[in-house]
Design a protein around this ligand. Sequence first.
Ligand code: ADP
Length: 459
Amino acid sequence: MRTLYVKFIVITTGMMLISFIIAFLISNTYYHQKIKPVNDQKNTMVAQNIATFAKEHPEIILEDYLENLSAVGYQLYLVDNLGYEKFFGEPFRDKNLPISTKDLVLNGEIFHGILQFPRETFVTGFFANELRNSIGVPLEHNGKNYALFIRPDIKFLFSEMHVLLGWILLLAIILTIVMVLINTRYLIKPISTLTKATESLAKGKYNVELDSNRDDELGQLSRSFLQMARKLEQMEDMRKEFISNISHDIQSPLSNIKGYTNLLDNDLLSKEDRRQYVTIINGEIKRLSSLTKQLLLLASLDRNEDVMKKKAFNIGEQIKGLIRNYQWAINENGLMLSYSLPDIEIVGDPSLLNTVWDNLLSNAIKYNKPNSSIEISLEERGKSIFVTFGDTGLGMSDAEVDKIFDRFYRADKARTRSVEGTGLGLSIVATIVKLHGGQIAVESQENIGSTFIIELPVK
Ligand code: ADP
């Protein structure tokens, strides 16, 4: 397996190498274009000065003079038309020079070898230690004609300063590579830790530990990962609780039904007892049926938003229709109901929203006190509508309010046990409101009452 670490190092080193090649090509082109003519001119001047000096000082020994020049950093070649030739200084790697070039210079012309040296991208003209890469000038000494070819001795010119610069460059490259090695390890380590954490998460171990204090993208990733792990753990807990709740909520009516059917199987039972048992059994069957209906609805809501069949409808009219259906229950509980429900159209799923109002109204009736009141209002503000269900009933403590949207949660059993319920109603309400892009808020005080406010977008 090629690890990220190896890949990173290979890529970085590759990038350094490519940068070096590009830098070399650019500077070489720069030498050929800009520096070479200047270099040629400079050396032509030096060569001409040497020739002039030799001509004006017939008393000097030419070879000694040239030998001295070679000692201060020049490579020289002296030739005449009688077959004499001599090299001074560091030897040329390539001593080839066409006869015609020598003749040209002997005849008084100047040879610009440095300028004419091949303009090829990969030829490092400046460093080429060839006789062709030199300047040729005619030289006259003691009445004799020579051709003198010179070029600077690169080896000699490479002073301590250049060597120092070379070392700095080399050390910089080595240190960069070492730092890349260390830095890459530092960068890759959290990814390896994250991979291990993912593996342990997949095995169901949620208490993973990661360094989330880093102030960069990896720190961000670790924090998101920890959040995800916590969320997954919560969901897993919820799933377990959900299954145990369902099992309990299905099991208890079933055992009641079983118990009462056993009792019914007694011929000596009075008519009254029989009727009472049948009523209890019917009640349990109703509870089971509403539980399964609510579970089915929750399951379909959980799947996705496709369950929604949206259309425009009059929401005021819808709630009024619902109140008519509950009128008997309201009267039976001796409750006072007042409402303000203007005609307002919204776009939503009428059937699902009806379930919302149904749950809120039935709760307001269920958790109320005799002779109390219920108030329902609807109003449009900006791009939203606000539906409020207020009651002056049992109310809830803050701790209870925090949990009422949890599945299967039923507040204080002592107060509510006489009332039918599954604890799923408000979680269905919250899911439907969320699917419509709305929000739900609750204000409640124990023994004073509760108000549920639902905000829905008009469109
Ligand atoms: P259910 O009514 O089936 O128990 P819900 O999810 O509708 O389940 O409600 C959850 C709990 O919230 C109820 O058991 C009840 O204790 C509390 N609750 C809901 N509405 C009200 C209300 N209007 N007043 C007081 N308590 C309420």
